[in-house]
Design a protein around this ligand. Structure first.
Ligand code: 5RP
Length: 258
């Protein structure tokens, strides 16, 4: 693990929220430092509130006369419905991963990041497509505010656990096995909306179980064990995949973890 801190990128007016300022600082710097406008033809755009600023920055490159021609040739692949909307709303070209399976670079947020660059993702229930895009990318860059950093994964930043996408008919059996055989202290079927009007259905028509294991000492091992269960589509443990994490601070400085 190594950290470096970079000063505020440029003079940008505050968004009026320290958290949003932190997210924007991380996202803008991550794009500026890692996007090779001239050769990154397929760009993965993740999901969540921090990635909003990634898409915004990519949209700014598209308007920049110097880069316009190159950026207009780039295709962005999405990790879910929100991400597709971000691509379209920022004037970027949208492409499907089936036609663009070799992603040059992907940017995404995270719910928690440990000192070994292992992540918990899936707070927005998009973890399957997020993992597909990030593992298809030559370089995977994570953007987050600094509250997401943790020496070890605790699973406590989002709904107390690791999100697990499961095929609906298997959810009871998987929940029981997580509790009785795998050491989960609680497993909750994620509910939708404020009225909790039934389980959330993912972009792939599956359910999400949020499984709390407390502190996770061996994320790779736990991921592998969960994946072996019939009906598990993917886990929110992203192992050995991220190249760098950009943590934004509310004063506009950014810490980079490699
Ligand atoms: C969605 C995700 C998000 O990237 C993660 O929840 C972080 O979101 P935010 O940037 O809003 O904190 O994994 O499934």
């Amino acid at each position: 693990m190594s950290f470096s801190t970079v000063p505020k990128l440029e003079d940008m007016p505050s968004l009026g929220s320290p958290k949003e300022d932190a997210k924007r600082a991380a996202a803008y710097l991550a794009v500026d430092e890692n996007l090779n406008v001239f050769s990154h033809n397929v760009i993965g755009v993740g999901s969540g509130s921090t990635v909003v600023y990634v898409a915004e920055r990519l949209g700014q490159y598209l308007k920049d006369l110097k880069f316009k021609d190159y950026m207009s040739k780039a295709v962005c692949v999405a990790t879910g419905f929100q991400s597709k909307q971000l691509i379209i709303d920022n004037g970027l070209s949208y492409g499907i991963i089936e036609q663009n399976p070799d992603v040059d670079i992907a940017f995404d947020g995270a719910d928690e990041v440990d000192y070994n660059l292992q992540l918990i993702k899936g707070g927005g229930a998009c973890l399957f497509q997020e993992k597909l895009v990030s593992t298809s990318a030559k370089t995977f860059i994570v953007v987050a505010d600094s509250s997401k950093r943790s020496p070890r994964l605790l699973g406590s930043n989002w709904r107390q656990g690791i999100p697990i996408e499961v095929v609906p008919p298997a959810y009871v059996r998987i929940k029981t096995k997580l509790l009785n055989e795998m050491g989960a202290v609680s497993v909750v079927l994620r509910q939708g909306g404020k009225a909790k009007a039934g389980p959330i259905v993912t972009d792939n028509n599956n359910f999400i179980l949020d499984a709390d294991f407390g502190q996770i000492d061996s994320p790779a091992e736990l991921h592998e064990k969960i994946k072996l269960m019939v009906g598990v589509v993917e886990t929110g443990l992203f192992i050995d995949n991220a190249a760098k994490v950009y943590f934004g601070n509310s004063d506009g400085t950014v810490e980079i973890q490699t």
